[in-house]
Design a protein around this ligand. Structure first.
Ligand SMILES: C[S@@+](CC[C@H](N)C(=O)[O-])C[C@H]1O[C@@H](n2cnc3c(N)ncnc32)[C@H](O)[C@@H]1O
Length: 280
């Protein structure tokens, strides 16, 4: 079984995303960590710190909040949650969250999707956010306090070993996080485990339509930018079906990078939102 630290990645001067200011708010060439978990935590700690200070982050690896969410949605979260937003889609906008549901957000970051989901579940429901980066948890918890969001709980943990019991939630969402996990099967197995029978997931993620070159797969900067770990779309979909999910569907899809200059393969990157159901 592959773990985050089994991925042999190298430091590089690449900024990912076709040479743009990618890597979710920072220069990927200055990463200090030599292991992937550490590099991801380092990068997203920086995103959290900048979000907390209301610095506008060019999260062009992902998209900034104004590109993903309506103005009215953003008025319902703190500027700090919006500032740390590093997603690549709007899974909550698609998931049709119902009052009273229990929702889990994998890789919840500053909490933006949790807060939007919590407004839809109402006080009868509950939203759990799981993230492995302490700075992000700190920011998310501080945002929850500012919003007086009583129905949201942020948990420290890995999406490969979710700290919740079996069949605990109605809906799993995730926004630009599974691409950061070397063992995606482990993540889909966890989603299956924690979902109640008949439950669904709606995840936004980066995939590619052609295999990425090996040097991109081995590049730490590309990984933290959600690119190096982008799975082949067909394999990603097969994996979901193979886990046991039904009615698997790509419900939104967009080209991720329009940069065709140096690395042709970047044009095959897609931001997709996938929905699937656990059998009832
Ligand atoms: C690209 S950001 C997305 C954050 C959030 N979903 C959003 O839309 O703003 C990725 C987040 O996932 C977290 N993360 C990455 N890999 C993780 C893992 N294996 N387990 C738990 N959290 C992880 C990072 O700490 C970071 O907060």
């Amino acid at each position: 079984m592959k773990s985050l630290d089994d991925v042999q990645v190298i430091q590089s001067g690449s900024t990912g995303c076709g040479g743009g200011n990618c890597g979710c708010g920072g220069d990927a060439s200055v990463l200090q960590s030599t292991d992937l978990t550490g590099a991801i935590q380092e990068r997203y700690s920086e995103v959290a710190r900048r979000g907390a200070e209301n610095e506008v982050i060019d999260t062009s690896c992902c998209s900034n909040a104004t590109a993903l969410y309506s103005e009215s949605s953003l008025q319902n979260v703190t500027p700090e949650a919006a500032g740390a937003s590093a997603g690549c889609g709007n899974p909550v906008g698609i998931a049709e969250v119902k009052p009273g549901e229990t929702v889990l957000d994998l890789g919840s970051g500053g909490g933006i999707d949790c807060f939007l989901a919590a407004q839809a579940t109402g006080e009868e429901g509950h939203v759990y956010g799981v993230d492995m980066t302490h700075e992000m948890l700190k920011l998310a918890r501080s945002n929850a306090e500012k919003l007086d969001a009583q129905n949201v709980t942020f948990l420290l943990g890995k999406i490969e070993a979710v700290p919740l019991p079996d069949e605990a939630v109605d809906l799993v969402i995730s926004n630009c996080v599974i691409a950061l996990a070397p063992d995606k099967q482990l993540v889909f197995d966890e989603i299956y485990r924690v979902l109640k029978p008949g439950g669904r997931f709606v995840v936004s993620d980066i995939v590619s339509t052609t295999e990425l070159p090996e040097d991109a797969r081995q590049d730490m900067a590309e990984w933290v930018a959600c690119i190096g770990g982008a799975d082949l779309q067909s394999r990603y979909m097969d994996r979901i079906a193979g886990t046991g999910f039904e009615q698997t569907e790509v419900v939104a899809e967009e080209q991720f990078s329009s940069d065709n200059s140096e690395d042709q393969w970047r044009a095959s990157l897609r931001s997709v939102t996938v929905r699937a159901f656990k059998p009832a």
